[in-house]
Design a protein around this ligand. Sequence first.
Ligand SMILES: Cc1cc2nc3c(=O)[nH]c(=O)nc-3n(C[C@H](O)[C@H](O)[C@H](O)COP(=O)(O)OP(=O)(O)OC[C@H]3O[C@@H](n4cnc5c(N)ncnc54)[C@H](O)[C@@H]3O)c2cc1C
Length: 376
Amino acid sequence: MSKADAVIIGAGIIGASVAYWLRRLDPAMSVALVERDRSFARASSSLSASSIRQQFSHPLNIRMSRFGLGFLREMGIAVEEKGYLYLGAAAPLRAQNAVQRDNGADVALLSPVEMVARFPWLNVDGVELGALGLSGEGWFDGPALHAEVLQRARQLGARFVDGDVTGFERDAGGRVRAVLLADGSRIACGHAVNAAGPWARSVAATAGIALPVHARRRTVFVLSCPEKLADCPLVIDPSGFWFRPEGNFFIAGTAPSPDEDDLPLEPNHAEFDEALWTRMAHRVPAFAALRVERAWAGYYEMNLFDANAIIGAHPSAPNLWFANGFSGHGMQQAPAAGRGVAELILKGRFESLDLSPLGFRRLIEGRPLEEANVIG
Ligand SMILES: Cc1cc2nc3c(=O)[nH]c(=O)nc-3n(C[C@H](O)[C@H](O)[C@H](O)COP(=O)(O)OP(=O)(O)OC[C@H]3O[C@@H](n4cnc5c(N)ncnc54)[C@H](O)[C@@H]3O)c2cc1C
């Protein structure tokens, strides 16, 4: 393919979603989806915990995920709606609950007594309040969503190109004229989209743009426990770890310390003993008998500026669009992000959900978008 109206770099869930929405909103738009590894073996979209929640503190994140929920239903992807249970201090949970309810989220606040009545396996020591999603929160088959969106994008006419993007050809005004590939070929384009996930910073750097998105390894442990935990939701512990059921097992993870860039994608097995087990067994005494069955590692595409997505163009390159830095919530936000980028390309502005607070402006002006509920 030597030219396309839009060239998307990376065919993970974000690139696939942008391609899908471009073709859905404008079937006349020619779209090339360039991917260097069709196995997606290292892509975050293959290595995700693929959970969806409404329990954010910023209204825009809530609305993006609610749109994601509707999209999952439209795509026929089942959501295991067991909810998230956030444990913590009363004041912040109450304040967030008000914002969540104002934005349509179905989240109940539970006292420690109510939590124990509902989840007798839970130890509520040190917990003032719990926030439980009653509907619209849970987990799903992430690779199935990715495959479905890719397939639909292709059915709608997006073209897949095997290739490794190495840079851009630009005019004097900074506009991208073509995307350059490692094999020496070029694809002339009207628009380019950086959907390179944890590798987005190096793609941005080839256009001279500093993108604060860093590949941060996260290990997910698959655990077995002899005791069943009835109605177990995805639990967020105030000490900074999470767990949830996965079939007959549990999966769990925590933010590592130190948290370094670009570590090899091998699970850090020591993390379980050093950072997880004691805390998990404290929160759920039955977890004292946990056994590690296996583990995997994937990259969070961490936006070190404010841990929220960066969506839009940088002023120095008006037709190079970014959809990066989702910092642990990109699976659920991919539908809204893809639709938003497609609207920017096709209409020059957001038409459905206004994602402009996630634009570059906040980075340039040094105004972080505050989101209290980032899952490290
Ligand atoms: C352990 C873990 C748990 C997570 N849990 C959740 C969760 O519960 N809920 C949630 O919503 N999100 C979660 N996330 C985050 C979510 O998975 C990601 O935000 C999302 O998958 C990012 O999608 P992406 O398309 O941007 O990146 P990717 O899926 O990584 O895709 C990027 C693609 O770009 C390609 N690429 C890169 N550079 C180039 C280039 N130069 N040329 C051509 N191709 C290129 C890569 O090969 C790759 O296929 C989790 C992530 C991890 C790692």
